[in-house]
Design a protein around this ligand. Structure first.
Ligand SMILES: C[S@@+](CC[C@H](N)C(=O)[O-])C[C@H]1O[C@@H](n2cnc3c(N)ncnc32)[C@H](O)[C@@H]1O
Length: 358
């Protein structure tokens, strides 16, 4: 099980990778759009289970891939231990619960006491709680940066701060493939939250569609677009249930070159639609495959706070991308304590599986 925490200066590290060279020849892509044969779930109204197994050669695979993010000027994991973590987000030091920190803190107590904000409350990953500001009362937001993109950090009641810095490694990978495509690229960012990935994609030159169920989160994302000075970039902001949106895009024949999906374990669409990751993920990945363009570049799935290994989402992604060629890379996103101040221990935040074109 992984939890979420943050950081940025990203360096990708592959540990003991296992690779195979079973790339599908380009012709093997005729299985791209499997005949729909879906059952409707009574709970979600969305198509689940009984998906036909796509034909075609499985993509190459590379795993485990451990993508690591380390500290930089905008963000650092300074220390962790005793079930807590101490991070720096822009100007502020923040203390939050971290169930994986089974060890003792390495920095002296005085470093922890210098925190600007402490989250207290439910130690559950998604539990509610309150922020305490020991030095001076802070506003809800503060200026943050990611790789030169300005946005607002936020103290939210679910302990999150408006950005998941561990995603930076995926964002850099995405930006590189947009920039090197040499053609217009369409990106779909599902479960897009405060929109940092959408801004990274737009800055790299993509036309972006951002989907989230929360009107509030989409409002924050729009604010971030202004804050970043990227208001002239083509971003469609959509408040919608992600599954419904994908199904509708399939019916409309709209297609994307890159799809990012970072679903929670449990969530609700704006009309109360229920999202359960273990129920909905197979249909979601199948639906996303159906709306990939004829020259797709990537599909990136992250998952967190679930009782599963990356092997599970790896096998799902490989099965669903059969016949597409390319490679499926899977593993964990980790954040390492800043080695210049802390002990250099790693905290895993999420599992991921990404398909990348050959
Ligand atoms: C953890 S956030 C994703 C973080 C984001 N990828 C990032 O890096 O900033 C999960 C998001 O999923 C959204 N969500 C939950 N259920 C949803 C649903 N059924 N359809 C669309 N979005 C949903 C939430 O509103 C939330 O913003």
């Amino acid at each position: 099980m992984t939890s979420r925490s943050g950081n940025r200066r990203k360096r990708d590290k592959t540990r003991s990778p296992r690779t195979t060279a079973k790339a599908a020849p380009p012709k093997a892509r005729q299985a791209k759009k499997p005949t729909p044969n879906l059952e409707k779930s009574a709970d979600t109204g969305s198509a689940t289970r009984r998906l036909p197994r796509p034909d075609g050669v499985l993509p190459e695979e590379a795993l485990p891939l451990i993508l690591e993010v380390a500290g930089n000027a905008d963000y650092a994991l300074l220390d962790s231990g005793d079930g807590l973590k101490l991070e720096r987000y822009g100007p502020y030091r923040v203390v939050r619960p971290e169930g994986q920190a089974l060890w003792r803190p390495a920095l002296p107590q005085s470093e922890w006491e210098a925190a600007d904000a402490i989250f207290t409350g439910d130690t559950d990953e998604e539990g509610m709680g309150r922020w305490r500001f020991p030095k001076a009362a802070l506003g809800e937001t503060w200026p943050m940066k990611h790789d030169g993109i300005n946005f607002l950090g936020r103290f939210t009641s679910f302990r999150h701060v408006g950005v998941f810095p561990e995603q930076a490694t995926h964002w850099r990978h995405m930006a590189e493939s947009i920039e090197s495509a040499g053609r217009p690229v369409r990106v779909l960012n599902l479960f897009g939250y405060t929109g940092i990935a959408s801004l990274v994609a737009a800055r790299a030159g993509a036309e972006v569609t951002h989907v989230d169920a929360s009107k509030k989160a989409v409002g924050w994302a729009r604010e971030n677009q202004l804050m970043a000075g990227l208001e002239d970039k083509p971003i469609r902001w959509i408040v919608e249930d992600a599954m419904k949106f994908v199904e509708r895009e399939g019916r409309r024949g709209n297609q994307y070159d890159i799809i990012l999906l970072d679903p929670p374990a449990f969530g609700r669409g704006p009309k109360g639609e229920v999202w359960q990751l273990f129920e909905g993920l197979p249909s979601m990945v199948a639906g996303c495959r159906d709306i990939l363009s004829d020259k797709p570049l990537a599909m990136v799935l992250t998952a967190y706070s679930i009782r599963a290994s990356f092997y599970a989402i790896h096998a799902l992604m490989r099965e669903r991308m059969a016949g597409m060629g390319g490679r499926v890379e899977s593993g964990e996103l980790i954040i390492r304590e800043d080695e210049t101040v802390g002990a250099g221990r790693a905290i895993s935040t999420s599992l991921f599986s990404r398909w990348v074109a050959a």
